[in-house]
Design a protein around this ligand. Sequence first.
Ligand code: NAP
Length: 314
Amino acid sequence: MTNPIALVTRGDAVVAAEWSAALAAALPEETILPFRAMSAEQRQLADIAIVANPDPADVAALPQLAWVQSLWAGVERLVGELGPGAPPIVRLVDPELSRAMAEAVLAWTLYLQRDMPAYARQQRQRIWQALPYRPPSQVRIGLLGLGALGTAAAEILLRAGFPVAGWSRSGQALTGIETTTGSDGLAHLLTRSDIVVCLLPLTAETRGLLGAANIARMKPGASLINFARGPIVVTSDLIAALDAGHLAHAVLDVFDAEPLASSSALWDHPRVTVLPHISAPTNRASAAGIVADHVRRYRRSGVLPHAVDRARGY
Ligand code: NAP
């Protein structure tokens, strides 16, 4: 008999039960137990933990873990909370998540390209006025981050006719798009892009990256879409740039604190679209299938799935 797998989450009980059911369906041959329901002996034997916002003390109470499988794509909180001594952390890379994110990037890129925020303002003021039409070919998109999500976004934007440039750490080439790297590459991309889309992980290097200095490098009249993590953007600097008319609009799905406080100035800002962290919802069935593949390969071969690089933070 194989060792039990611990499901560790401090999320609400209904969500935990839904994950339990999805994982049990994807891995019927495994014994997957909520951490709280495990006996002392089962905790001692568990060699894999599947986690969603776990209490770090619960993970630390599983001494034989070979690896920790996150059910989320972004793992900055997990990496920080589990600390350097924790077992390898594997994050969720799911083609369905990438597809949903690419769809969201395209949707809100079209929203900006077709001037929907401006037409909504005009409607409220009963103004009947056509704004100059910009075809996709004249709207340059700058993608910050060309990983699982950024690559899928680049592909869908190219298919829709937008010129796309991308910025990453390695500068790895991608067919059809100009890629840049380093601070010069970032400045180049910001200066030229009409819409900047942020799909970076939150790390020590990316925290506060889009503050006053880099926002000032953005093209006058450009817009920002942040679908990655709130603290990558310095909110007060963004609001200042919108108020000054330097930037046209910001579409924000992620914030420093979530849910966004009802007192936040972002809610009422005429040049901000607030979304409640919905750009790429996790699909439980497909995520459970990806986790099942990892577990089965590990059981068969003893090979750990690809883990997060703790030093880089993603
Ligand atoms: P990923 O595959 O790890 O890709 C990250 C990309 O960012 C890579 O291209 C990487 O460069 C680049 N990068 C990292 N640090 C950098 C730096 N300092 N300078 C320049 N480029 C840097 O991550 P992913 O799966 O695409 O996900 C990205 C983020 O999206 C997640 O971390 C998560 O926070 C967020 N997310 C949000 C939602 C939502 O619903 N809003 C849903 C899922 C995920 P290299 O290619 O050179 O490594």
